[in-house]
Design a protein around this ligand. Structure first.
Ligand SMILES: Nc1ncnc2c1ncn2[C@@H]1O[C@H](COP(=O)(O)OP(=O)(O)O)[C@@H](O)[C@H]1O
Ligand SMILES: [Mg+2]
Length: 255
């Protein structure tokens, strides 16, 4: 198999005395869709935040496309990267949150342009064409001039996905992207994510949507108490779980 796009090695993270991640290791290959499931408080969000460096692990290492997060290796020494370099590394990942976090005073199109134009300094006209293509892909071609307040939650989340994609990330992180949505709006967001997966995007998706995981995930990871309890194909983890904790979690979710 090829070298992993993302390599997470024995990552630990404490908040005070509380151990949120107790040594998590995971490889994600290019084009792979990994769904992460687990009860609230199990460390799923912290893991995603470590990958895109919204938090730094206390120990362990995360490699993205051959680059070590937050450190430069010189001989056998590690040097902390300056914040500017970390900001550059952060651009390798796009993140979609439970709450869409769109800028309320900007239209859908302006929300998507903001990063490429302001952060990357790309020519606006060029980015506008790309942003329109992204909106069309998620079925929102007619909404480019709408403000978030005039979009449904599902539409706002699809704009948020476009905004992340406009930065051309190597990897997309989704943290419960549908759990704040009314039930009838969940499907349209999952549909956009499915299309993205089909195009070969590498994705880490924290979700409670087990039907989505079964259909789209190449791998499912079950976390509990800051560790990976079980990982495998969707068929293995969801269809034939081996660990008692996984079985109990699935029984509770499906009941
Ligand atoms: N910034 C923080 N400060 C203190 N505790 C935190 C912080 N972030 C997360 N935690 C704690 O770490 C644990 C794991 O949180 P999280 O990664 O958000 O879990 P999940 O996403 O699986 O619900 C929780 O008990 C949470 O309260
Ligand atoms: Mg969470």
């Amino acid at each position: 198999m090829s070298k992993p796009l993302v390599s997470i090695v024995d990552v630990r993270k404490n908040f005070g005395d509380f151990q949120a991640l107790k040594g998590v290791s995971l490889d994600i290959h290019a084009g792979e869709v990994m769904c992460i499931i687990g009860a609230s408080g199990s460390g799923k969000t912290t893991l995603l935040r470590c990958v895109n460096q919204l938090v730094q692990p206390d120990s362990g290492a995360i490699w993205i496309d051959g680059e070590l997060n937050a450190f430069r290796i010189e001989g056998n020494r590690l040097h902390h990267l300056p914040e500017k370099e970390i900001a550059r590394q952060r651009l390798a990942t796009g993140m979609v949150f439970q709450r869409f976090n769109l800028f309320a005073h900007m239209t859908a199109l302006e929300n998507i342009l903001e990063g490429p134009v302001r952060v990357l300094g790309r020519p606006r006209a060029e980015v506008v064409a790309e942003a329109r293509a992204l909106l069309a892909r998620v079925g929102l071609a007619d909404k480019e001039n709408s403000y978030p307040a005039n979009l449904s939650g599902g539409q706002q989340q699809r704009v948020a996905i476009c905004r992340a994609l406009a930065m051309k990330p190597k990897l997309m992180l989704f943290d419960e992207p549908t759990s704040a949505l009314d039930p009838e709006l969940v499907g349209e967001v999952l549909q956009a994510m499915k299309a993205l997966a089909a195009e070969g995007m590498t994705m880490m998706v924290v979700t409670h949507e087990l039907a989505f995981a079964r259909e789209v995930a190449d791998r499912v990871v079950y976390m509990d108490g800051g560790v990976i309890v079980e990982a495998g194909t969707a068929e293995e983890v969801l269809g034939n779980p081996q660990e008692a904790r996984t079985k109990a979690f699935l029984a509770a979710v499906l009941s």
